[in-house]
Every structure is written in C-alpha cells, then in structure tokens.
Design a protein around this ligand. Structure first.
Ligand code: NAG
Length: 159
C-alpha cells in the first residue's frame, strides 16, 4: 500500500511538472542553416521588425515584436491576430561548421492552452521562411509532435 502511495505521488509530481500529454502548447525545434550565425540572426531580427505591424492579411505574418538580441540569444513575442493570444519566442544561435545551429522555442502565455492549431510552430517556421533562411545551403528543420504541438498538421499560411 505504502509503495502504491509513493508511486502515485511520484506520478502526480511528474505530471504536474509537465512530463505527460497533453502538455502546455509550445514548440521546440532545431534549424541548421548554411550561413554564419551573425548573418542568420540579423535576417531573423529584420524579419521580426518587418512583421511588427497589425496588418495581418489572411495569415499570422504580423504582430511580431523583438524584445532583445545579442547575437547569441533572441527573445521576441508574437500576438495572434484574432484572439490576441501572446506567445513568447526565443532562439539560441550556435556556430556549427561554416553554418549555424539554431534552437527555437515558442510557448503560449495562456496557461490553459493545450492545442494551439500549430501557432507556436508557425511563429517560428514563418520567420525562417520569411527571412529566406530555409533556402540557405543544407537547410534542415528538426522537430516532432512530441516536442512541438500539432507540428504535423500545421498550416502556416493560415496560422
Ligand atoms: C512592435 O514592437 C514593439 C516593441 O518592439 C511592441 O511593443 C509592439 O507591440 C509591436 N507592435 C506590434 C503590432 O506587434
């Protein structure tokens, strides 16, 4: 009996920490781009500034805000056009051969968000396509549904 109580306590603890599904809506991904980190970071910064507007058209390529960028870490925000949900974006840049390895993370500020129509994925993905870095030599994007909410059903032209 005691063993069961301990086990249940442990499971509850890990679930509370978020080690179970459904998780909070968020996206972790990795990009390998074929340009150096300085160039890559600047392109993403420029794209965020370029999309710092409220005219969204049909998609969500708008309402981005840059919070900070120091060539190693980038922090920003994205607000969804219709419901005005706020998502926090961060990226880490690390030199890798002649290119750059970028880790991207986006998470919804709304604590109860579980499904996000892939918004957190698109927050990140739209920046890489918008800046043209997905066209750089040996570009690679790595993620999965387990670490990026609704990744495989994403429609980034819409969300
Ligand atoms: C534009 O960026 C600023 C700060 O960088 C931010 O306060 C503002 O909300 C952004 N505007 C939009 C429409 O996202």
């Amino acid at each position: 009996m005691r063993v069961i109580i301990v086990a249940v306590t442990f499971i509850t603890f890990f679930v509370a920490l978020g080690y179970a599904i459904p998780r909070h809506a968020s996206c972790n991904l990795d990009w390998d781009v074929g340009v150096d980190c300085k160039t890559a970071g600047q392109k993403i910064v420029d794209q965020i500034k370029n999309w710092n507007n409220t005219e969204c058209g049909t998609g969500e390529k708008c309402r981005y805000a840059l919070i900070s960028y120091d060539e190693q870490t980038l922090k920003g925000k994205h607000v969804t056009p219709v419901k005005h949900y706020v998502d926090d974006i961060s990226m880490m840049f690390k030199a890798s051969g002649s290119g750059c390895a970028i880790h991207g993370f986006s998470t919804s500020e709304t604590w109860y968000a579980i499904l996000d129509q892939s918004t957190n994925y698109c927050n990140l993905h739209n920046l890489i396509t918008g800046s043209g870095l997905d066209q750089s030599p040996s570009f690679k994007e790595t993620t999965s549904d387990a670490i990026c909410t609704q990744y495989s059903s994403a429609d980034c032209e819409k969300y």
